[in-house]
Write a protein that binds this ligand. Structure first.
Ligand code: FES
Ligand code: FES
Length: 324
């Protein structure tokens, strides 16, 4: 019975939204707006009639932006970095954004209305992402990250780095598996990240050599996704949710207790490398807040007194693994 009023309210909201967007389209004129796009090392400018959405404008000007939800803000693939203009980030975008992304101007292009001049940056491997989206191997929960102070400045100097023979065998096995597959760099990095718990530099050099791609491309990709780490990580990643819903229900208390128990700050690894402690802005389980996750497992309605039990569970698993 509760269902009927909820449906009516939703219908009314939908009608209001449609009327507002029609009114916005018919009554408000944003005039001509200039879009400047930085892509593949060059910048291009074009003018459009204001009022359209950035994703449509980019697509109609030949930019291949990944999208699998037709602009409904439900896939999270259409991210670009808005460097100027674009207005405030919308609530519909927040679920797909890490705090760092929000700070660096990442937006869902399907949600950005062109109301004034806009400058954007499109990473040159978006086409690779498009291929991955098509093959359904891309995880939409992955966060994307841009380097703030210019990409090339982070590219390390080429130098000789010795690779441990066991690591060499492991990385060669991964590379053999993807041999000849186009657009496989992201899945390869995902596998390396899972195997080593991070992307070790010597392994990346080996990958660059075997795939005949410049290290700068690999490095750019490796630093673009938050799911990749260039620093060693613990075997188990604990994420304490600090999103609004979890925060008001005691997220900070959980984080403080977790830091005390593990003896690390956020971003740190325990000495035995069993755990890495991180925070997250929303895990998508607000109904069970406060929430933490360990690897892919979610622990809802979490309380600081449950920490010991959870840590014990994972320490036991690691011990069993080392004994088997
Ligand atoms: S196109 Fe899916 S979120 Fe923008
Ligand atoms: S705010 Fe914590 S799961 Fe959404």
């Amino acid at each position: 019975m509760i269902f009927v009023p909820v449906l009516v309210i939703n219908l009314i909201l939908l009608v209001i939204t449609i009327l507002l967007s029609i009114a916005d389209r018919l009554l408000v004129s944003y005039g001509e707006c200039k879009i400047t796009v930085y892509h593949e090392g060059e910048s291009k400018e074009f003018s459009v009639d204001g009022g359209g959405f950035l994703l449509s404008e980019l697509t109609s000007h030949g930019y291949n932006i990944p999208s699998s939800c037709a602009g409904k803000a439900s896939c999270g693939f259409c991210k670009v970095q808005v460097q100027k203009g674009g207005g405030q980030i919308l609530p519909t975008e927040e679920i797909f954004m890490s705090r760092e992304e929000k700070l660096s101007g990442i937006r869902l292009s399907c949600q950005v209305k062109v109301k004034n001049d806009i400058d954007i940056f499109i990473p040159d491997f978006l086409t690779t992402v498009r291929g991955i989206v098509k093959n359904k191997t891309y995880d939409p929960k992955l966060r994307w990250r841009f380097i703030k102070d210019g990409q090339e400045s982070f590219v390390p100097e080429k130098r000789l780095i010795k690779l441990d023979p066991r690591d060499e065998t492991a990385v060669d096995a991964i590379l053999d598996e993807f041999e000849g597959m186009r657009g496989s760099l992201v899945p390869i990095l995902q596998r390396i990240n899972t195997t080593f718990n991070y992307l070790p530099e010597p392994v990346l050099w080996r990958t660059a050599k075997r795939l005949h791609v410049p290290m700068s491309s690999i490095y750019r990709l490796a630093t673009f996704y938050n799911a990749f780490s260039l620093e060693p990580k613990g075997k188990n990643i604990i994420k304490v949710c600090m999103g609004t819903s979890c925060y008001v229900k005691g997220g900070q208390r959980i984080l403080d207790s977790m830091q005390n128990k593990l003896g690390v700050e956020v971003g740190g690894n325990t000495e035995d490398m069993n755990f890495t402690l991180e925070t997250v802005s929303c895990i998508g389980c607000c109904g069970q807040s406060p929430v933490i996750s360990v690897n892919d497992n979610i622990y809802g309605y979490f309380k600081p007194k449950m920490i010991d039990e959870v840590l014990h569970e994972y320490c036991k698993k690691e011990l069993e693994k080392s004994q088997s």
